[in-house]
Design a protein around this ligand. Structure first.
Ligand code: AMP
Length: 283
C-alpha cells in the first residue's frame, strides 16, 4: 500500500492504473477510521480493481468555533486498517497541498445545503463540496463511497455530481452502529463515560421515528415530538435540530408521503453528534 502526500503523486498512480484498464474506487474520509469507514472501503474493494482512501481533516468545512484543532488523528492506525482492508493507496495531504495561500474557488450546491446541518454550520457544505470536487479531480475515481450516516452530505454530493455533469457513480452505504445503537463516529472519542451513555438518546430517538413511520404514522409533527421527548429527558443532551425533510430535495416536510429523511443533531456536553433514518411512505 502506497501513502501519497501530493496530488501529483496520486494522479500519476491513478493514470497508470487507468492505462491498464483498472477501475478506481475512492473513499473520502477525515481519518481516525472505524468500522463505519471500513464498510465503505470493503464495498469499494468489492466493486473496483483499486481503492484510494483520502485522509484529510478539511479546514474549510469547519466553522470558527468548531473542533478543527482537536479533531482526532492517527495516521498509523488508519494505515494499518487500510492495509488490512486491501486499500492500494492512501492520499494524506497537508492543508497547504490542498489550499494555496490565495485559494479562492468554491463549489456551492445551493438549496439542498440550507436545512439541517447547513443551518447550524453555514459554510460546512461549501467546504465539503469544494474538497470532494478537488478529490474527484485528483483521484479520477469511477465510483466514490459515502455513508448514509451523513445523509445530507450524501444528498448534497449527489446533487453536485448531477448538476456539474461529473462522470462517476456515487454509492451510498448504510449506517454502521455500535452494538447498543450509537452510530459509529470519530467524534465519539470525545465522550466521557457518562456522556457515552447519554448519547444513546440519538439512536433511541431515530429508532422510535422509524418504528412510528413503519407503523403507518404519517404525521411528521407527532414523530418529531416523540423524538424530542426522548432527547430532552436526558439532562446531558441539548438539541441542535430534530427535523424531517424530503429526501430528494432536503426541503422541510411534516408529512411522510414519499422518501423522507428524519435527521437529528444533538450536543452531548460539548460534542455535537448526528443521526438519521430514511423512511418511505407506508404502502
Ligand atoms: P468522516 O471521516 O467522518 O468524514 O466520514 C467519512 C465517510 O465515512 C463519510 O462518507 C461518512 O458518512 C462515512 N461514515 C462515517 N461514519 C459512518 C458510519 N457509522 N456508518 C457508515 N458510514 C460512516
Amino acid at each position: 500500500m502506497q501513502i501519497e502526500k501530493t496530488a501529483a503523486g496520486v494522479r500519476a498512480q491513478v493514470k497508470a492504473w487507468k492505462k491498464e484498464g483498472l477501475s478506481v474506487g475512492l473513499v473520502p474520509t477525515m481519518g481516525y477510521l472505524h468500522e463505519g469507514h471500513k464498510s465503505l472501503i470493503d464495498r469499494a474493494a468489492a466493486e473496483n480493481d483499486r481503492v484510494v482512501v483520502s485522509i484529510f481533516v478539511n479546514p474549510i468545512q469547519f466553522g470558527p468555533a468548531e473542533d478543527l484543532e482537536t479533531y482526532p488523528r492517527d495516521l498509523e492506525a488508519d494505515s494499518k486498517l487500510c492495509e488490512q482492508a486491501g486499500v492500494s493507496l492512501i492520499f494524506a495531504p497537508e492543508a497547504s497541498e490542498m489550499y494555496a495561500e490565495d485559494f479562492s474557488t468554491y463549489v456551492d450546491a445551493g438549496k439542498v445545503t440550507e436545512e439541517l446541518c447547513g443551518k447550524s454550520r453555514p459554510t460546512h457544505f461549501r467546504g465539503v463540496c469544494t474538497v470532494v470536487n478537488k478529490l474527484f479531480h485528483i483521484a479520477a475515481p469511477d465510483r466514490a463511497y459515502f455513508g448514509q450516516k451523513d445523509a445530507q452530505q450524501l444528498a448534497v454530493i449527489r446533487r453536485m455530481v448531477r448538476d456539474l455533469n461529473m462522470d462517476l457513480e456515487i454509492v451510498g452505504c448504510p449506517i454502521i452502529r455500535e452494538e447498543d445503537g450509537l452510530a459509529k463516529s470519530s467524534r465519539n472519542t470525545y465522550l466521557s463515560e457518562e456522556e457515552r451513555k447519554a448519547a444513546l438518546v440519538l439512536s433511541k430517538a431515530v429508532f422510535k421515528a422509524e418504528e412510528m413511520a413503519e407503523g403507518g404514522e404519517k404525521d411528521g409533527e407527532k414523530i418529531l415530538e416523540a423524538m424530542r421527548n426522548i432527547i430532552t429527558a436526558e439532562p446531558l443532551a441539548r438539541i441542535d435540530y430534530v427535523e424531517m425533510v424530503r429526501w430528494d430535495t432536503i426541503e422541510v416536510s411534516r408529512i411522510i408521503d414519499g422518501p423522507t429523511l428524519i435527521a437529528i443533531a444533538v450536543f452531548i456536553g460539548k460534542t455535537r453528534l448526528i443521526d438519521n433514518v430514511l423512511v418511505r411512505a407506508a404502502q
